[in-house]
Write a protein that binds this ligand. Sequence first.
Ligand code: NAD
Ligand code: MG
Length: 365
Amino acid sequence: MNQLTVDLGERSYPILIGKGLLRQLPQQLAARGIEPRQTLFIVSDEHVAPLYLEQVVNGLEQAGYRCGYHIVPAGEQVKSLAYLEEITGKALEIGLDRNSVFLALGGGVIGDLTGFCAAAYMRGVPFVQIPTTLLAHDSSVGGKVAVNHPLGKNIIGAFHQPSLVLYDTETLTTLPKREIYAGFAEVLKHGLIWSESFTNWLSDNASSLLSLESPFIEEAIQQGCAIKAEVVSNDEREQGLRAILNLGHTFGHALEAISSYGGLIHGEAISIGMVAAALLAERIGLTKAEDRVAERTISLLKQYHLPVQLPSAFAIDDILAAMRHDKKGKDGKFVFVLPTAIGAVEIVENVDEADIIETLKICKE
Ligand code: NAD
Ligand code: MG
């Protein structure tokens, strides 16, 4: 088992990564001081629950925990106020109190939704992340929890750190291929913002990683989480540094919003967004030509079967309009995280709209 800590004083918590860890859930909860007198409430989705819920509930009950659960449909649309209300209703029905603990069993959607429910329920109860997608190596760490508003992604949210992240890499084997590729987008992002050597390692070991081979996959998750944990430990509430985690997200969130969170999945949208960011960086002179940042970014994303071009159905005007709604905009200006090299980024304010438009044109299919 690999172990990391997100270092946030009294809100610090461990990230445990390893094969078969679900079986250790009861003892790991106990190690975090979560005791059988506290009722547990598991939220999962209709894809994950049939695969893993019974095992989790049985293990917990055998260890003396009482647990209820609620299953929601799969997909981004459950990150909404309607599902917050539904889950809260279920929590009240089964009598959860301030000592209860929410458990998010699923991908980033379940983690964000359950975390926000936990943040709001009776003004905040603890929660545990049990990520089951590769993408969730990112979303389960750092305490950003949210639901969407029809006008923008993650607009209604909070900072609420989990008490534990327990990552059983065996669960990844049931993921559809498309979700595996999309999950790698955030792993690659962690390399691209922070470490050229990790990025090169991801490129060199792409085939082992794509087939989820041990110990490569554990190592990739560990490195990705370690980068995220370090950034979050230095800037929990995004006063500065943490914004670098948004590489590709200004464009990416806009693409997700105009495809109504349906056409492109998150990792695919940010893959295209990271290409756009690299091209924009080259255009405004942030990178050195000999570093070939855009070219290398594109070929790395292609190794992981990720999209690198803007589908022709997306109108540039619509993308710009969606970007204006995004909360990453500051005083009406566009703020971007842009690469300066492979493994290094900068936050750039005041990017000219004309440069954005030209970049998007180059990105089009
Ligand atoms: P997801 O939770 O929708 O999971 C993707 C799909 O895989 C779903 O259909 C799900 O049912 C299915 N699935 C999950 N685990 C499975 C398994 N083990 N086997 C088979 N199927 C499985 O999406 P995601 O890609 O994990 O997460 C995307 C979300 O994460 C977005 O809403 C994004 O905004 C959010 N996110 C949040 C943060 C953060 O810091 N909070 C960071 C990155 C992304
Ligand atoms: Mg993301």
